[in-house]
Design a protein around this ligand. Structure first.
Ligand SMILES: CC(C)(COP(=O)(O)OP(=O)(O)OC[C@H]1O[C@@H](n2cnc3c(N)ncnc32)[C@H](O)[C@@H]1OP(=O)(O)O)[C@@H](O)C(=O)NCCC(=O)NCCS
Length: 216
């Protein structure tokens, strides 16, 4: 985790599979002495998940109980964005979570509330926005730009100078060739190889990546 002092407390919004991954990343950083979950699923409240309590009362209750930081661990970009906005309104500060096995160049920037998970690489000159997921073993090459609320899935490779728009999702194992631009709110399917710019608001799949016929 970045810029942490002893005694900080973190609430992770979302106690599903991705939430447990983020919990591991936060613990591996070993700088928080108190980590808990909150979740919109009230049936999860009060449960112990991997040794972390799911707080009752949602993010506002977490703020009232003295938690200082949050990170949203929800894979779906639109939902994560809504949680992010609500958490900021609750008065908590967004935490940037870097797994200790992730490599982030000192000449790269990672925004607040973003997570860079185990084995991921963010190379020099890359700029990662706020509330972004750089998932397990993703490769973000030099000078890539990823806008807020995007998600780069496990094993995806973004070549040098790629641009990924706000709220876009790059699927697992996809490859985006250097310099290609993906518009806001688009989806790149798992395993796709993207050779040409992708407009906003579309889904592309395949090698080379194309909009599926059923959608055009
Ligand atoms: C691209 C994607 C979003 C499409 O999902 P969907 O909207 O439910 O689409 P469908 O499953 O109805 O598929 C639509 C068409 O695209 C094809 N298709 C879907 N995903 C594909 C992929 N990754 N590669 C190639 N073709 C794909 C389907 O075969 C189908 O083709 P058809 O119309 O000729 O039968 C999804 O398949 C995907 O790849 N998501 C990425 C998931 C991921 O990586 N998650 C990581 C989380 S950590």
């Amino acid at each position: 985790m970045t810029e942490l002092a002893p005694g900080r407390s973190l609430v992770i919004w979302g106690c599903g599979g991705h939430g447990r991954v983020v919990l591991d990343a936060a613990r591996a950083g070993a700088r928080f002495d108190r980590i808990a979950f909150c979740d919109d699923d009230e049936t999860a409240e009060g449960r112990d998940i991997c040794g972390a309590e799911v707080l009752r009362g949602g993010i506002e209750a977490a703020a009232a109980r003295g938690f200082s930081r949050f990170v949203v661990a929800v894979g779906r970009n639109d939902l994560r964005r809504r949680c992010w906005e609500r958490a900021l309104r609750s008065g908590l500060r967004a935490e940037t979570c870097l797994h200790p096995t992730a490599w982030v160049s000192s000449f790269a920037a990672v925004g607040t509330g973003s997570v860079v998970l185990a084995g991921a690489i963010v190379q020099t000159g890359a700029v990662v926005g706020d509330d972004v997921i750089v998932n397990t073993a993703a490769v973000i090459e030099h000078d890539v730009r990823i806008e807020d609320h995007a998600h780069v899935s496990p094993g995806a490779v973004l070549g040098g100078g790629v641009a990924v728009g706000s709220g876009s999702h790059v699927g697992a194992g996809a490859v985006i060739l250097p310099g290609v631009r993906v518009g806001n709110g688009s989806i790149v399917g798992a395993g796709a190889v993207v050779r040409e710019d992708v407009p906003g608001g579309v889904t592309v799949v395949g090698v080379p990546a194309r909009i599926p016929r059923t959608r055009s």
